[in-house]
Design a protein around this ligand. Structure first.
Ligand code: SF4
Length: 731
């Protein structure tokens, strides 16, 4: 396994870039074949990394209209000049040979080049026909977490009010929906309370289901800067992050919820709680105390497989800390009890007063670069500005801001992503517009999604690349500009709004998604009403500032120039208020956006995961990521530097199991579940996984872990249970 720091040094050496140094090694560029001199840019463009939600500042080097180099922005507060392997090679993705360059329309089973006017006319014609015959909701939209905020804001209005379908969601439901639902239920609103500075200021950092050394490498450097912390890591797998833990909790798969309850029970019994905070700022404590009687350390030890003493030690370390921080990611969210587990994390923080204080917070570590922007502005699980569909006052206020009749705003959210796919299988949804996502690799149970897409009357794929599996089977492909080619803002995990800038022109006739949305609105005849006078993302940003005013995610005091000057600014940033110079935390005043201003403490009984091992399928499969690749490898799969580091998927298998099955290191095996099989995958025999458990990274289309996973979802957030399903390994 490559250590992140060693990997960084190797890449920085090869690329001659990295921590702010403008040095270039002699020799040719391994990807473009450029000589050293040709890699020296004419100019540097400041922007933000377009991969993950850490939100690192990047300088993108441009020479003769081509992106030729990157380096970390030494002045950016998030990364201070550092970049991870993906950021260091981000420019290669821009000039990839499989970029989508022209609109393509399927004719006689072949995708054929057409002009934009024809492409959008056909799209409108086909979608309107479907809606006329089957109802407005028979067309659905699934977008991404990688557009700029201005595009999300425009797309929400266009989908819901222009196309007139309530069935609009994002692939963000696959990664962060449980965090959103959990925040709403605990605090009354979405919005991560903490910030990155907490990692440097806390004296107890509890990472649960979050392998940040692989998945958020630069965030990990914030933690490394804190000499006073104790790091607790709860993870069934000894991830790179777990290897660095001060206290590692090797719990059984999906037993994070009882672990949290066990810790709370110890804290209450030991009186390590904040009684004043509980009394004044929360509701539900007595019910919680009664509920926790069932989660004694002995019982929790039996469920989690952890020693009782370890549960005590974790609880006491957390409870005795001056300020305790809990960070979580997909290990928590991607579960049928994801929302309940997020609520338990929030409850643990609330009963100990670890909310709205320096170093103390529950904190969701988001996946995609602008999943947060999507959550704030979109029209998916909430109305823009974290307004609620079922709140008449919210609908009235938003309608007044837009100058429309409130009756046009839906009273409940439309179908979530998994339910859109179910409805396609049931042939209730007949038309689908996929924007910047690759469901044929990322959706659980590939056979199911394959069947669904095959049933559509009309499939539109809008993407920067024509090579995705969904792109290969669409009826219409709209070529989109990608990171490095368009303008707008991203919001990172700590609510920092940063400016994204174009450095080069998109290839061929590809356009920014924003321009595509405006042109489509013209075709639909709703442009003047929805986007009056809009020509650029700046117009969308100005309207969004008005729409977000006085909301938790208040952007009204932000402008492009100050965002750029300060390396990003965290919201809330109300107009006219003097900005604090330090980090911004939510709920410092201990008032929560609920009806009574108090946070809710939740008690949801733990349930085992839905498909445990059995005689035929004895292993529990866990899926996750590796530092070298991004999601479905649409970008990173075409970058030899990254691909050479992690060229193929692998199966982690414990030595005891390998011995029993007579499987050797590096041998190829098949992995089978009730839903599908991976025919050939290389084995890593390693104690990183425990006996009875296996792990596969999910990035690889040709060895897709999602051929095996289960399309079962959290009942509240609708997030898939990617992390546990039963499989067998065939030698
Ligand atoms: Fe980009 Fe995330 Fe890596 Fe930073 S940590 S360089 S934002 S991928």
């Amino acid at each position: 396994m490559t250590k992140p720091s060693a990997l960084l040094k190797t890449l920085q050496g090869i690329l001659g870039c990295g921590t702010g140094a403008e040095k270039y090694r002699l020799g040719s560029d391994p990807q473009f074949g450029l000589m050293a001199a040709e890699k020296i840019p004419d100019r540097w463009v400041s922007t933000i990394c377009g991969y993950c939600s850490v939100g690192c500042g990047i300088k993108l080097g441009v020479r003769d209209g081509k992106a030729v180099s990157v380096r970390g922005d030494p002045d950016h507060p998030v990364n201070r000049g550092m970049l991870c392997p993906k950021g260091l090679t981000a420019h290669y993705a821009i000039h990839a040979p499989d970029r989508a360059r022209y609109p393509l329309l399927r004719r006689e089973n072949k995708l054929t080049r057409v002009n934009w006017d024809r492409a959008l006319s056909v799209m409108v014609e086909r979608f309107r026909k479907i809606q006329k015959e089957h109802g407005p909701g028979a067309v659905a939209v699934v977008s991404t977490g990688q557009l700029v905020t201005e595009e999300f804001y425009a797309l929400g209005k266009l989908a819901q009010l222009g196309l007139g379908t309530p069935n609009y969601d994002g692939n963000t439901t696959l990664c962060m929906a449980s965090a959103v639902a959990g925040y709403k239920r605990s605090f009354g609103s979405d919005g991560p309370p903490g910030c990155y500075a907490d990692l440097e200021e806390s004296d107890c950092i509890f990472l649960i289901g979050a392998n940040i050394a692989d998945n958020h490498p630069i965030l990990y450097t914030h933690l490394e800067r804190n000499p006073h912390k104790t790091v607790l890591v709860a993870d069934p797998r000894i991830s790179k992050t777990a290897m660095k833990a001060g206290l590692y909790l090797p719990l059984k798969p999906r037993t994070d919820l009882p672990l949290l309850y066990g810790m709370m029970k110890v804290l209450i019994d030991e009186n390590l709680i904040d009684a004043e905070f509980i009394a004044e700022h929360t509701t539900g404590f007595e019910a919680l105390r009664t509920f926790l009687a069932d989660y004694t350390p002995a019982k929790v030890a039996a469920i989690t497989g952890l020693r009782e003493a370890l549960i005590y030690q974790a609880a006491l370390t957390y409870g005795r800390a001056r300020a305790a921080f809990t960070g979580w990611s997909m290990g928590v969210n991607q579960s049928t009890q994801g929302t309940a587990t997020v609520n338990a994390i929030n409850t643990l923080a609330l009963i100990t007063g670890n909310v709205g204080i320096e170093g103390g917070a529950p904190f969701s570590i988001t996946g995609q670069c602008n999943a947060m922007g999507s959550r704030e502005t979109s029209f998916t699980s909430s109305l823009p500005g974290y307004r609620e569909f079922d709140n008449p006052a919210d609908r009235k206020e938003l309608a007044a801001l837009w100058g429309i009749d409130a009756a046009r705003l839906p009273k409940q959210r439309g179908r979530a992503y998994p339910d859109i796919i179910n409805d396609i299988v049931l042939e209730r949804i007949r038309g689908l517009w996929i924007i910047g996502t690759n469901p044929m690799v990322s959706f659980p149970n590939q056979e199911f999604i394959d069947d669904a897409l095959g049933r559509l009357d009309f499939l539109v794929v809008q993407d920067g690349y024509h090579s995705t599996p969904a792109g290969a089977r669409c009826d219409l492909l709209l070529p989109a500009a990608i990171w490095g080619e368009k303008e707008g803002t991203y919001t990172n995990s700590e609510r920092r709004v940063s400016k994204v800038n174009p450095a080069v022109a998109p290839p061929g006739e590809a356009k920014p998604d924003f321009d595509i949305f405006l042109e489509l609105a013209r075709k639909l005849g709703c442009d003047r009403e929805l986007f009056p006078g809009w020509e650029s993302p700046r117009h969308a940003f100005d309207e969004w500032k008005r729409v977000s005013r006085d909301r938790l995610c208040d952007y009204s005091g932000l402008d492009y120039e100050s965002i750029e000057r300060r390396g990003g600014i965290q919201w809330p940033c109300p107009d006219g208020e003097r900005r604090p110079s330090g980090p911004v935390r939510l709920y410092e005043n201990k008032r929560f956006p609920t009806a009574d201003g108090k946070a809710r403490l939740w008690c949801v009984p733990w349930e085992p995961f839905p498909e445990s091992g059995n005689r035929q399928f004895p292993f529990v499969l866990n899926t996750g990521r590796t530092v070298e690749h991004w999601h479905t490898r649409t970008k990173t799969g075409g970058i030899p530097l990254l691909n050479n580091l992690a060229p193929e998927a692998w199966l982690e298998l414990n030595p005891q199991d390998a011995g029993k099955l007579k499987i050797k290191q590096n041998q190829y095996v098949s992995v089978v579940s009730q839903r599908g099989r991976i025919e050939r995958i290389r084995v890593r025999v390693t104690s990183i996984v425990r006996p009875g458990e296996v792990f596969i990274p999910f990035h690889y289309a040709e060895t897709s872990a999602n051929q095996l996973t289960f399309n079962i979802f959290d009942p509240i957030s609708r997030q898939p249970n990617y992390k546990q399903c039963a499989v067998m390994v065939e030698a």
